[in-house]
Ligand binder design. Structure first.
Ligand SMILES: C[S@@+](CC[C@H](N)C(=O)[O-])C[C@H]1O[C@@H](n2cnc3c(N)ncnc32)[C@H](O)[C@@H]1O
Length: 221
């Protein structure tokens, strides 16, 4: 768990973060009310800044939920187009409505389905400069392995929640319940696999819920 001082820092940063527009604020409130795990504010702002620095033209997102991060990315980068996948039909419908309300239906393509089953559909939109993995935590390695094929040379893959509320750094065997313990072990395994991946250079930022930034080595290899 976060130390009290870290919580204070997060509260401080949240207060400093500029107000979001009406639709984005509405989505943040909806996510809080319905317990939808959208990206937290500091993590989101960090991701947007990384995008501004790397200026991708095409992004693939795995895990749209209600469309929050996809809309924020599209609004931050006016040139970008996004393909985003969501398997939960109710959330897909919510995301679709939000994307329409934002007037972003031409730049955000929303796919309904399990990311592990819609590869052929996504492939048609490839290649991508940037892939954002933010879906079922137990499947990270499978998402990464499947979709890195569609990444440009020197592209970037971001994975969210890799520190899982700090639990990856705890003694895993003491974590209860067993379902969470197993998930923590899987994320830890993924992090190790990622750090040792010969084709990527990865760094993990202890920001938000932990963000792994993996840059393809491309020609550097
Ligand atoms: C953490 S939320 C995504 C939050 C979103 N990126 C944001 O910050 O606004 C994860 C979402 O991924 C979806 N999901 C989980 N596993 C999936 C899979 N295999 N394929 C597609 N969507 C999946 C869940 O239904 C959930 O809505």
């Amino acid at each position: 768990m976060l130390e009290a001082n870290e919580n204070k820092v997060i509260t401080y940063l949240n207060k400093l973060t500029p107000q979001r527009n009406e639709l984005v604020s509405k989505m943040e409130k909806l996510a809080e009310k319905d317990n939808v795990p959208i990206m937290d504010l500091v993590g989101m702002e960090t991701l947007l800044q990384l995008l501004r620095l790397s200026t991708p033209k095409k992004i693939l997102e795995i895990g749209a939920a209600i469309g929050y991060s996809a809309i924020r990315m599209a609004q931050a980068l006016p040139e970008v187009t996004i393909v985003t996948i969501e398997r939960d039909e109710h959330r897909y419908m919510q995301a679709k409505a939000h994307i329409d309300q934002a007037g972003l239906q031409d730049r955000i393509q929303l796919i309904l389905g399990d990311a592990l089953e819609v590869y052929d559909q996504v492939e048609k939109e490839a290649p991508f400069d940037f892939i954002f993995v933010d879906a079922a935590k137990g499947q990270y390695e499978r998402f990464f392995t499947m979709y890195e094929n569609l990444l440009n040379q020197a592209g970037i893959i971001i994975t969210d929640n890799v520190l899982f509320r700090g639990m990856v750094a705890e003694d895993h065997e003491s974590i209860e319940p067993k379902r969470i313990r197993n998930l923590v072990k899987k994320i830890d395994k993924y992090n190790r696999w990622l750090m040792e991946h010969p084709d990527y250079i990865t760094t993990i930022l202890p920001v938000g819920d932990g963000i792994a930034i993996s840059k393809k080595r491309g020609e550097e290899r």
